[in-house]
Design a protein around this ligand. Structure first.
Ligand code: PXL
Length: 433
C-alpha cells in the first residue's frame, strides 16, 4: 500500500516529511515523498527556509506517480506560490484522495506558508482536498469565522466546504475545556469525537493526525473511522512524546500494537457475521486478546464497553483497552495459566444447540457449575469466573475450545469460546453457529 506526502523537510524529525514517513511506517503503509521546501530548525528554534524549485517539485511528483500505485496523498507545507501552482497542476484531475493539512506556522514561529501565497492556496489547493484538517487558528484564517464554540466550528467547517474541500475535520485542541473535540463534516453530516485533554504540548502532533488519516484512507477505512483512528494516534503520540532535544517534546509515532490490531480486526469481522445477533447474550459480549503470558487483567485487551445488539445489528461500544474487560479477561487469565497458548476469548449466548454442534465438531469442551463455588469466592464478581474456568480447565489435558456454565439464580448461562488469537476464535465461532 503506497502513500505520498508532499511536504517540507523538518531536520528535527518530528514533523513534515520526516514525521510523515514515521507515521506511515507505523501504520504499515509504504511512504513516498515530494519535498517542497527545506527548513532548518531545532526542537526550540526555527532558523531558515529554502523553497525547492517548482520544476523540481513537479519532477518528484511525476517520478513517483508514474511508477507507484498510490492510494492516498497528504499535502503539508507548500510555502510558496510556485509549489502551489505546481501541486495544483499535477493533482487537479487525480482520483487519488488528498488529505490536506493546511499548515501556516510552526510551533516555534517558522513560516510554513508565505503570506503572499495564502490567497492562491485557498483558491487552488483547498478545492482539490478530499479532506482538509485545520486546527482552530487555521480554520479561522481560512474561513474568516471566529471559533469559540462547537457551533462556530460547524459554521467554519461549512464555510471551508463551500470553498471547495469535499470534507472537513477541525481539530479542537485549541479550544478550552477538559476534553478535546474534533469535528468532522462529511458531505452534509457532522460528527464529533471527543477525548480527554492531554496537558502537554508536542511538536509534530498535527502532522501525525493528517498522516494517520491518510494511511487510514489508503487502507480503505471510511472517513469517519479514519478520523477516529487519527485522533487516537495523535493522542497516543502526544502521550509518548519525548524530549529528544533541549526544546519542545516531539511526538512519537506508536509501534502499532499487534494485539490491538488483530483484536480490532476480529471485532469488525465478528459484527459482520450474518445473524450473529442471535448469539449475543443479555449481558452482551466482550472479546479479548492478551499479551503473551498474561498474569493480570491489565495484560488483557478488551472492550471497555461491549459488543451490543440492537435489533438485528451488532456493534462495538467503547474503545479497546488493556484492563477493559473483567469477566472474559479473567477467563483467559485462568486458561492461560494452564495453557499459555490460549490468549483470546469471547462470550456468547448459551444455547444447547451450540454446545451440540461444538461436540459434533470434536471441540474440547469443559463446564462448571456456579452453585458448586466455595463460599469464599462466591458472589464476588470476577472471582467466580476465575474459580469456575480454573476448575473447568484443571481437568483438561489439552487447551479448551469451549467452557460453559448453565447459570444460577439470577445468573445467565454462558458459553466462552477460546483460541490462540482472535482470528482463531472467530473461525471456531463460525463452525459452531
Ligand atoms: O507541524 C507543521 C509542520 C509541517 N511541516 C514542516 C514543519 C512543521 C512544523 O514545524 O516544520 C516542515
Amino acid at each position: 500500500m503506497n502513500v505520498l506526502t508532499i511536504a517540507g523537510s523538518d531536520p528535527s524529525g518530528g514533523a513534515g516529511i520526516q514525521g510523515d514517513l514515521k507515521t506511515f511506517a507505523s501504520f504499515g503503509v509504504y511512504g513516498l515523498t515530494a519535498i517542497t521546501a527545506l527548513t532548518s530548525q531545532s526542537s526550540s528554534k526555527f532558523v531558515r527556509t529554502d523553497a525547492v524549485a517548482a520544476g523540481m517539485i513537479r519532477s518528484q511528483i511525476r517520478a513517483v506517480i508514474s511508477d507507484f500505485k498510490i492510494e492516498a496523498i497528504k499535502i503539508g507545507m507548500l510555502y510558496a506560490r510556485g509549489a502551489i501552482k505546481t501541486v495544483h497542476r499535477e493533482l487537479k484531475g487525480s482520483k487519488i484522495p488528498i488529505v490536506l493539512d493546511p499548515v501556516f506556522r510552526s510551533s516555534t514561529g517558522g513560516i510554513l506558508l508565505r503570506d503572499d501565497a495564502f490567497e492562491l492556496f485557498t483558491k487552488l489547493i483547498v478545492p482539490i482536498a478530499f479532506v482538509i484538517t485545520p486546527n482552530i487558528p487555521e480554520a479561522e484564517r481560512i474561513s474568516k469565522v471566529r471559533i469559540r464554540s462547537i457551533g462556530d466550528a460547524k459554521k467554519a467547517a461549512l464555510k471551508i466546504q463551500s470553498m471547495g474541500a469535499r470534507n472537513v475535520v477541525i481539530k479542537g485542541g485549541h479550544m478550552d475545556g477538559p476534553t478535546v473535540t474534533d469535528l468532522l463534516l462529511e458531505g452534509g453530516q457532522f460528527s464529533a469525537f471527543s477525548q480527554k485533554r492531554l496537558e502537554r504540548e508536542s511538536h509534530g502532533g498535527g502532522c501525525l493526525f493528517s498522516a494517520a488519516l491518510c494511511a487510514g484512507l489508503a487502507k480503505g477505512t471510511s472517513l469517519v473511522e479514519a478520523a477516529r483512528l487519527a485522533q487516537r494516534a495523535s493522542a497516543g503520540s502526544i502521550r509518548r512524546a519525548g524530549k529528544f532535544g533541549r526544546g519542545f517534546a516531539i511526538a512519537v509515532q506508536g509501534n502499532p500494537d499487534p494485539v490491538e490490531k488483530s483484536l480490532l480486526s476480529a471485532i469488525r469481522r465478528f459484527c459482520a457475521i450474518e445473524g450473529v445477533y442471535k448469539h449475543i447474550p443479555e449481558v452482551q459480549t466482550n472479546f479479548v486478546y492478551s499479551r503473551p503470558f498474561p498474569s493480570k487483567p491489565s495484560d488483557v485487551l478488551g472492550l471497555e464497553g461491549r459488543i451490543v445488539r440492537a435489533g438485528t445489528s451488532v456493534q462495538p461500544v467503547g474503545e479497546v483497552k488493556y484492563g477493559g474487560s473483567r469477566h472474559v479477561a479473567n477467563a483467559v487469565l485462568a486458561v492461560a495459566k494452564r495453557f499459555p497458548s490460549i490468549r483470546s476469548a469471547i462470550n456468547i449466548r448459551f444455547d444447547e444447540e451450540t454446545i451440540s454442534r461444538a461436540a459434533a465438531k470434536k471441540f474440547r469442551i469443559s463446564t462448571y457449575e456456579r452453585r458448586m463455588e466455595p463460599r469464599a469466592s462466591a458472589g464476588t464478581e470476577g472471582r467466580t469466573v476465575t474459580w469456575g474456568v480454573g476448575t473447568a480447565v484443571s481437568k483438561m489435558k489439552n487447551p479448551p475450545d469451549v467452557i460453559y456454565h448453565r447459570g444460577a439464580q439470577g445468573k445467565e448461562p454462558m458459553i466462552l469460546l477460546f483460541g490462540r488469537n482472535p482470528s482463531d476464535v472467530i473461525s471456531k465461532l463460525v463452525r459452531i453457529t
